[in-house]
Design a protein. Structure first.
Lengths: 235, 573
């Protein structure tokens, strides 16, 4: 398709998204949460960026034990509920494996944090964190999950847990499942016509009458703009 | 000779394809001239599926949109950033300057905020008002017809307000404000700060058959695939090609210098083809530089010859001097009234729907000039970083911080959309001792001597930033919110003033004027020293107002292009 055809089809596309909006983007398109293992062009990257991603996907950072520990922690931080799956259901450990290769400054705090946690559990329970009972695991988490309450000797564990919580939540809420859970409604063609009335009322606002004339009448968005000599819109 | 020469002589060579270069390409090609456009980066079209990022979801990327590879997030359209591999710049005297470059067709217009403000009558004549800096050799009346034409050609939404130094234009209707913007309006107006619909070059209404109408995805920074926002490629260069203009595009072509003959007149340029790393020469009757204020200064300073010993157009010694960027300071507030939001699609356009123009021209203040306020917030799409410090805001309303388990899901929803940010963008006084020059020791990977920056803020800018921070904190308070940016930054932190360059409005390096000893170009942005070289980027700005420079770059580039056509017709150049 040459550029001109592209423009033509885009214009058709933009007519299609006019007022009825739909169609242009299907929610059930071929995107998937499985991380691309090769340089599939999921989105617009330069050749250098694509090459870098390919290389990162080919590398492995965490070992099996570390990944298993990360998975246990992810699901303590975000277990499933009645409507949505857990962090591991949303493949958060895969995301964490990628992000530490993308941002190497996460590597030592996470790898070392896992060792800190295993060391702590070995001392107190005689086994690694992942092998502890759920009750024991939660006892440990209670010591390091609340920044304002942490004892001095557990501060390093707290830093690790905070990083794990941050990455787990960010991984989850940027996944397809997490976005649905959040209820984010955007990233789709639509015609914005202001805050819904009930929301305006609930917050004690209205669009002031003297202001309304400044705003777009969305029924005329498709009409070509024309002005008089003084810059007043007449179409 | 090693340099490969093109046998053809163009009418005009345009260096750079951003706002200024794009406009010159359109106007000059439509006048029937034969144009070469030389761009240092690759071809880019936001409609191209392989380059497109619009409407992508965070999970389509393994790093979820993080900024590892691109400073404003990987879905941002800019190819480049503060640091470009193989193309360094340096600083001197321990000063700071950050330089953002986009290497791509359309340059930085592909990702910018689309804030499209006219300079007002006062902005061209500030020295006459406060005795600082210099007046422009032209006035608002000289530029107004071109602002009008730019409005109609490219499209900008806004509202007629009749504020003297914020001239109205030919506006498309504005989109209604979002909820947090209504909170902002209520808060700011309590303090007597005006709030009006923003003025962004995004099509809320159709302007022609070639461009789509905004479908409200808030992603202008990714460059619009239906061309509903202004980018130089999609709105100027492609249409110029489509209407049959004689345009030859050279991409991945980095211009090193302008060539001159024994009489000192420009004859063409030398560029490096980044693909084969060889030098090439192009010839033309006229050279138009639009590489960006600093890159153009660099090319001029690197264009030394028998007649132009200190660089082209530099008999005044002022090329690179009077470099100035907008001032900037930011604050963030948490507004409990915006907790527990009802969900709806609140994306809107790519940027704020409301803003505050400067309100203090007649006030007695401890700093000169002013700033405008940009506001952000709302129910935005999650990306890397979303959910960090998930319930830290409990600090302000009581409640547990940290923890784990499904309670975190409730925290996320409770606080989602309750943060409102404000950014001030103001005017810095241009000074001769803020400059870029050629670093005598360093070249980039193309063998081209690089720029070295020297830039300091004066007390004027610092006190302005202090006013911004104080004002934003008061607005946040008036919105019923709490400032969450921490203590007010003190003198040791320049009162919160961002580093020079960080606002990416750098201008002034080839400033215009009537006196060739005190300026680089005349009022038509033609070099005083060489009549067939013109500059149509932000370089010729005498002062930058508290307005984003793009709309003025476009208007002035059009004005200069008309002048070039006229001068060629009269055989004056």
């Amino acid at each position: 398709m040459d550029r001109r055809d592209t423009i033509k089809s885009l214009l058709l596309g933009s007519v299609a998204v006019g007022l009825t909006v739909q169609g242009c983007i299907s929610k059930e398109d071929n995107t998937t949460e499985v991380l691309p293992k090769d340089n599939t062009p999921f989105y617009g990257r330069t050749p250098e960026e694509r090459e870098r991603d390919k290389r990162l996907h080919e590398e492995t950072f965490f070992n099996e034990h570390e990944l298993e520990t990360i998975a246990v922690l992810c699901d303590i931080i975000l277990p499933k509920n009645e409507n949505f799956g857990s962090a591991t259901d949303a493949k958060v450990p895969d995301f964490i494996e990628f992000i530490v290769k993308d941002m190497p400054y996460h590597q030592t705090p996470l790898r070392g944090g896992i060792m800190w946690l295993d060391n702590f559990c070995n001392k107190n329970y005689g086994k690694e964190f992942k092998k502890c009972s759920q009750k024991e695991q939660l006892e440990v988490c209670d010591l390091i999950a609340y920044p304002k309450k942490t004892k001095k000797e557990h501060k390093q564990g707290e830093k690790f847990f905070t990083k794990m919580r941050d990455l787990t939540l960010t991984g989850y809420y940027t996944s397809k499942m997490g976005i649905e859970d959040l209820g984010y409604k955007g990233n789709t063609p639509n015609v914005w016509d202001g805050v819904p009335d009930d929301v305006l009322k609930a917050h004690g606002f209205e669009y002031e009458k003297e202001w309304l004339s400044k705003f777009i009448d969305q029924s005329k968005r498709g009409e070509i703009a024309k002005w008089d000599a003084d810059g007043n819109l007449i179409s | 000779m090693q340099i490969k020469e093109s046998p053809k002589t163009f009418d005009v060579i345009i260096v750079g394809s951003g706002a200024g270069g794009g406009m010159a390409t359109k106007v000059l090609s439509e006048a029937g001239l034969n144009i070469a456009v030389v761009e240092a980066g690759p071809y880019f079209d936001p409609a191209n599926e392989e380059q497109k990022n619009q409407l992508k979801w965070p999970y389509e990327s393994p790093r979820r949109g993080a900024g590892t590879t691109r400073p404003f997030g990987e879905f941002d359209a800019a190819y480049g950033g503060w640091d470009i591999k193989g193309e360094p710049y340096t600083r001197k005297n321990g000063t700071k300057f950050e330089w953002f470059r986009s290497r791509m067709l359309g340059g930085r217009t592909n990702h910018w905020g689309r804030i499209s403000l006219r300079f007002g009558p006062l902005d061209f004549k500030r020295r006459s008002h406060d005795g600082l800096g210099d007046d422009w050799p032209i006035s608002y009346e000289d530029v107004k017809p071109y602002y009008d034409k730019v409005d109609k050609l490219i499209g900008v939404f806004g509202s007629k307000e009749g504020i003297e130094n914020e001239p109205d234009g030919f506006f498309l209707p504005a989109p209604k404000p979002r909820l947090h913007e209504l909170y902002y309006k209520r808060g700011a107006e309590k303090l007597g700060i005006p709030v009006i619909p923003s003025r962004l070059s995004i099509l809320t209404k159709k302007i022609n058959e070639d461009r789509g109408v905004c479908f409200y995805c808030r992603q202008c920074s990714r460059s619009c695939s239906i061309y509903a926002d202004f980018s130089s490629g999609s709105c100027l260069i492609f249409p110029a090609q489509k209407s049959g203009g004689q345009i030859t595009l050279y991409t991945d072509a980095m211009v090193r210098e302008v060539l001159t003959n024994d009489n000192g007149k420009a004859t063409g340029v030398v560029y490096i083809n980044k693909k084969d790393r060889k030098e090439y020469q192009l010839r033309a009757k006229v050279v138009v530089l639009a590489a960006s204020a600093c890159s153009t200064a660099r090319i001029l300073l690197n264009s030394k010859s028998k007649t132009h010993k200190d660089g082209l157009g530099n008999s005044s010694g002022l090329v690179g001097k009077y470099l100035h960027d907008s001032t900037g300071a930011d604050r963030v507030g948490f507004v409990p009234g915006l907790m527990n939001r009802k969900m709806y699609n609140e994306d809107g356009v790519g940027g704020m729907h409301l803003y505050s123009p400067w309100w203090g021209n007649d006030k007695k203040l401890d700093f000169p000039r002013g700033y405008h306020i940009e506001v952000w917030g709302g129910l935005g799409m999650p990306a890397y970083g979303f959910g960090f410090n998930v319930n830290g805001l409990n600090e302000y309303i009581g409640g547990e911080i940290g923890g784990y388990g499904n309670a975190l899901r409730d925290d996320v929803k409770r606080f989602y959309g309750s943060i409102v940010g404000m950014a001030g963008r103001g005017e810095c006084i241009a000074r001769e001792d803020n400059y870029c020059e050629i670093d005598p020791d360093v070249v980039d990977e193309w063998g081209i001597p690089v720029l070295r920056f020297n830039y300091t803020w004066s007390q004027h800018e610092k006190l302005q930033a202090r006013h911004m921070v104080n004002t934003f904190d008061e607005i946040i308070d008036a919105m019923g919110g709490k400032v969450i940016s921490g203590e007010k930054p003190g003198e040791d932190k320049n009162y919160g003033l961002l580093k020079p360059g960080e606002i990416i409005h750098e201008v002034g390096t080839t400033r215009m004027g009537n006196n060739p000893k005190k300026s680089v170009t005349n009022k038509y942005m033609q070099l005083h020293d060489v009549d067939n070289v013109f500059i149509v980027d932000g370089g010729p700005f005498v002062s930058q107002a508290d307005k984003n420079p793009t709309w003025t770059i476009l208007a002035l580039s059009w004005r200069t292009s008309d002048y070039i056509v006229d001068q060629l017709k009269k055989q004056n150049i």
